[in-house]
Design a binder for this molecule. Structure first.
Ligand SMILES: Nc1ncnc2c1ncn2[C@@H]1O[C@H](COP(=O)(O)OP(=O)(O)OP(=O)(O)O)[C@@H](O)[C@H]1O
Length: 685
């Protein structure tokens, strides 16, 4: 079988080389003709008010050189919190050509604006967001930097390509972003375009510029295939092209309007192949690190060496001078009442799981199992999250009482809502975590169990304007006079009260994946006299910015409640030096992202991250699982966290405390593959 696949791929390569002789030695040519740029220090730009650190001066040198090379740009992939924003701003002030476009997640837009305002002598910036945004292209040209979000980029492109309905008619509207030739385009958190077939990725591909940059601390989140989009955006020829095996036809697009023959050459889809898939993706997917897989990794390295610069905090520790970070697990126990409720839920869940195990249908019932796990995690936080959840309340239209749409995984208010093809609504982060955790990579909808089709990069459903300002969430469903706190919340109160006694100026971030839990925490903290603020997914960029500033600038505001779905990435919150992680996820990478919000440049105090765990619940098992997964990744020295996110049947058995050899035999081949892959990709990055 392996021999057959090998022969097939050899045949494809030979056919390609026959029709496209320029492809015969792409990698050799690349290695021979394009030298790797060795970064040396550039001078500090006069018009930049912040002094660059040595490694940032090096990247400035590297970026300027890259812009004169074949790529006219590249990927800056430094680890999180090392100042990629300022490094790009340094580049922008060195030539002051305009206009430049920065596309970033909503949460990061205002940060860009603030950094430009603080560190340059007046680069003219436009935040291009919201319904009243400027549509006159001539006006946009006047700005040094236009800042916008992926959602806005996608929406403009969609309105241009497919149009929108107004008074029964389809109207197409030109996208101002796509009419301009930009000087530079910078994609911040560029992995937002990693799925090449999404509208967001297509919208980015169609932008026009002299220079193109991708910024990402995690350029390879899951699979090597995800790099394709970044390379495609940078314009790599021939890396991202499709080639015909029967003639000289070559295209950046998969053009089969009639689904049977190529629009350009009339040959069938079977006769066309993507150079990237053929040379890199398929050999790695099929062989891991063996034979053709190893060769593909070598090719990938030749390419990445010439297009990407990545430094880690550890490598540049001397430059960064960051204070130490400690992670502590605080273990508490349920009260007798909580324990009784939990045990009743747990025994039902375990019975259900054991039935699936006995029937050998674990993988078929994965979405049910996932929902059982979510309930148990919620119960460990506070019983009301399960007992007072709006279990069957998913709806797109608002009810009269002003309650908003809920995510069908956490039964919590949907903050960054997206919809599956089967029309169920989920928080983007919840469904992403769910998909990542599916062991066999074939997710089913957690509600209707049909095969799941959902665009993770789709713009958020526009629930925003519908939401009443006075959303009460779970608090509106409780009798607050009689409401009782939980062991977990009281553990947090104890931590924060002790901290307040030791040093009233220390600020803390409190992260949870469940918005309803943050409601309960907020209520309890306010009763205990803490001055708090909150970051929610439904906030506009301006509201987020105002809230972040409120927290950073007011000494008496000591606690910031952050929904993991809204603020897990791209935030700078270095005024805080404590992080409390209120609920655990089995993939520790999610928690590192949250911790990195404070363990970054600008942090002066030692950082402590405290994970609150209820010992006699599923949480202690999750923490053990995290440790196992971390150990595995350390052993493989991986930069790839895909294996960590997935739950194998063995993991599930472990979480439900079912020790059966049956659970063990199912360990997926994919998992083993990720193991091999993780090891190798690290060697090259
Ligand atoms: N040379 C410097 N001196 C002082 N502060 C700096 C310097 N460079 C960057 N910073 C600060 O470091 C913080 C982190 O920077 P930034 O947000 O750009 O990191 P990042 O690498 O983009 O992180 P992420 O990938 O998480 O978005 C910012 O507050 C920034 O102002």
């Amino acid at each position: 079988m392996i021999l057959l696949i090998y022969l097939q791929s050899e045949r494809t390569t030979l056919a390609l080389h026959r029709e496209h002789p320029e492809l015969r030695d792409v990698w050799g040519d690349l290695a021979a003709s394009i030298p790797v740029i060795v970064p040396t220090k550039a001078a500090q730009p006069d018009n930049l008010k912040l002094t660059l650190l040595p490694f940032q001066q090096e990247s400035l040198f590297w970026m300027r050189k890259q812009e004169t090379g074949i790529w006219c740009g590249g990927m800056l992939a430094d680890e999180m919190g090392m100042g990629k924003t300022i490094q790009v701003i340094a580049l922008l002030v060195t030539d002051r050509q305009k206009p430049n476009l920065v596309v970033a997640p909503t949460v990061a837009i205002m940060q860009w604006r603030n950094e430009i305002a603080a560190h340059t002598d007046g680069l003219k910036v436009l935040v291009w967001h919201g319904a009243a945004r400027e549509s006159n292209v001539a006006e946009l040209k006047k700005y040094d930097v236009v800042l916008t979000t992926y959602a806005v980029l996608e929406s403009c492109f969609r309105k241009q390509q497919s149009g929108f309905k107004r008074k029964g008619q389809i109207i197409k509207e030109k996208s101002p972003l796509h009419q301009l030739k930009w000087n530079r385009i910078i994609l911040d958190e560029a992995h937002n375009i990693k799925e090449r077939y999404t509208n967001t990725a297509k919208a980015a591909f169609e932008l026009d510029a002299n220079y193109r940059w991708c910024l990402s601390g995690t350029p390879l989140q899951n699979r090597v295939g995800e790099l394709y989009s970044l390379v495609r955006f940078l314009g790599g020829d021939p890396f991202s092209f499709y080639f015909c095996k029967l003639c000289s036809c070559k295209s950046l697009h998969w053009k089969f309007s009639n689904k049977r023959t190529c629009d350009d050459c009339d040959h069938s889809p079977m006769q066309h192949t993507c150079f990237w898939n053929n040379e890199i993706l398929t050999p790695i997917q099929k062989n891991g690190m063996m034979g053709p897989g190893a060769t593909a990794f070598k090719k990938l390295k030749i390419l990445l060496d010439r297009v990407m610069l990545r430094r880690t905090k550890l490598q540049r520790a001397d430059d960064l001078g960051l204070p130490p970070r400690t992670v502590i697990v605080r273990r508490d126990y349920f009260s007798p009442e909580e324990k009784e409720l939990y045990l009743s839920l747990f025994s039902d869940a375990k019975r259900q799981f054991t039935t699936y195990l006995d029937q050998g249908t674990i993988l078929n019932n994965y979405s049910n199992i996932f929902s059982l796990l979510t309930r148990m995690r919620q119960m460990a936080c506070h019983p009301d999250l399960v007992l007072r959840s709006k279990t069957n309340a998913s709806k797109f239209v608002l009810e009269e009482d002003g309650e908003a749409t809920v995510c069908r995984i956490c039964n919590d208010i949907a903050e960054d809502a997206i919809q599956s093809k089967c029309r169920h609504i989920f928080d983007r982060e919840c469904i992403r975590l769910y998909i990542d955790s599916v062991p066999n990579g074939d997710p089913r909808c957690p509600v209707c169990h049909l095969p799941l089709t959902i665009d993770l990069e789709a713009p958020a459903l526009e629930l925003e304007e519908n939401l009443p300002n006075t959303r009460q969430g779970i608090l509106g469903r409780l009798n607050l006079e009689k409401w009782r706190s939980s062991s977990k919340i009281e553990a947090l109160i104890e931590e924060l009260s002790n901290l307040r006694m030791q040093d009233a100026t220390t600020k803390s971030l409190v992260f949870s994946q469940f918005v309803n839990f943050l409601d309960l925490i907020a209520f309890r903290l306010q009763k205990a006299g803490f001055n708090i603020c909150r970051l929610e997914g439904t906030m506009s960029p301006q509201a987020r910015d105002a809230t972040i500033k409120h927290f950073m600038n007011n000494v008496d505001v000591t606690v910031f409640l952050v929904s993991l779905k809204a603020g897990g990435v791209a935030l700078n919150l270095t005024e805080a030096s404590r992080v409390y992680l209120m609920d655990s996820w089995w993939n520790p990478a999610v928690e590192y992202q949250a911790m990195d919000r404070i363990h970054r440049l600008g942090q002066k105090r030692p950082v402590q991250a405290i994970k609150l765990v209820v010992e006699d619940s599923i949480e202690s098992r999750i923490v053990q699982l995290q440790e196992k997964k971390s150990a595995m990744v350390d052993a493989t020295l991986s930069a790839d966290d895909s294996a960590m996110g997935k739950l194998t049947p063995e993991d599930l058995g472990f979480l439900f405390r079912v020790s059966s050899s049956v659970a063990f035999v199912h360990i997926s081949i994919q998992f083993a593959y990720c193991f091999i892959f993780s090891y190798n990709i690290f060697l090259f990055l």
